[in-house]
Design a protein around this ligand. Structure first.
Ligand code: AMP
Length: 283
């Protein structure tokens, strides 16, 4: 397994691999890897000859009051996990080598990025889309794998690929949960034991809603959404949002909606957690 820290090293490697006829699969991450990330590397392994995992805590997607400085890191553990799951390259750059101090070009999306997480994290998706576009140019992937844990991010990346004609196939991996149902997240590390126990209310409410909404008529959605919010609040969670949206357009669901995204963001203590499910409504 190769480890690159310089963007130009990765790009030279990727261009040579493409010229040699190899398929490249990319898995972008911020490190502190867990089984959710591992499941994406497993998908990439099946799809690419070269499996590039990027590990980069991208400063431009953090707001000024967010957790950039505390974000957990464990590069040795990450390398071991990548190797065990068949990654062939780790790309772990420093922010200074990714961003010129006078950078002035961004990938900004003007519709889907304004709702859900975009409401409370106004610059987040601009940072995400910009760094993913840069990673696509550096890693030259045929396919890139993202998790459904960050559903809005995945939908936005698909939109960027469509609107800017990136020659990259986007594959989505399922949301992977811990044994107690809580969605695996590097940020779970911030939770106290008590918060962690109470945070189970999020996944319990989401999974119950998923069962109730599967094949249900549109008119049932509002009541189920309200119940999810009540259950999380009853466990002491401070709700950022609980919303059902059309899974493709992120508009409020309508008669045209075939697939629904139920998305949640809530704080337990100072930690903001997200969770979601996708459901097909009644035809
Ligand atoms: P992150 O390191 O949190 O930026 O996430 C990197 C990638 O891993 C993103 O595509 C996430 O959606 C994905 N990911 C994170 N947690 C999970 C999870 N529990 N299940 C599936 N994918 C995940």
């Amino acid at each position: 397994m190769k480890i690159f820290t310089q963007p130009q090293e990765l790009q030279a490697f990727a261009l040579a691999a493409r010229r040699a006829g190899k398929r490249i699969a990319l898995v972008p991450t911020m490190g502190f890897l867990h089984d959710g990330h591992a499941s994406l590397i497993d998908i990439a392994r099946r799809r690419g000859d070269e499996v590039i995992v990027s590990i980069f805590v991208n400063p431009t997607q953090f707001g000024p009051t967010e957790d950039l400085d505390q974000y957990p890191r464990d590069f040795e553990h990450d390398c071991a996990l990548c190797e065990a799951h068949g990654a062939t390259v780790i790309f772990a750059p420093q922010p200074e080598s990714m961003y010129a101090s006078d950078r002035s070009v961004w990938v900004d999306e003007s519709a889907l990025s304004k709702v859900l997480c975009g409401q409370s994290r106004p610059i987040h998706f601009r940072g995400v889309l910009t760094v993913v576009a840069k990673l696509f140019n550096l890693a030259q992937p045929d396919v890139a794998v993202f998790g459904r844990k960050d559903a809005q991010q995945a939908i936005l990346i698909r939109r960027m690929v469509r609107d800017l004609n990136f020659p990259v196939e986007i594959v989505l991996g399922e949301l992977i949960r811990d044994r107690d149902g809580v969605a695996l997240s590097s940020r779970n590390r911030y939770l106290s034991a008590d918060e962690r126990t109470r945070a189970r209310a999020i996944s319990q409410a989401v999974l119950k809603a998923q069962r109730e909404l599967d094949g249900a008529p549109l008119r049932d959605v509002a009541g189920v959404v309200a119940e999810v919010a009540e259950r999380i609040a009853a466990a002491g969670g401070r709700i950022d949002y609980v919303e059902a949206r059309d899974a493709e357009t992120l508009e409020p669901p309508s008669a045209q909606t075939t697939e629904l995204l139920l998305a949640v963001a809530a704080f337990f203590g100072a930690t903001r957690l997200i969770d979601n499910c996708f459901v097909k409504l009644e035809k």
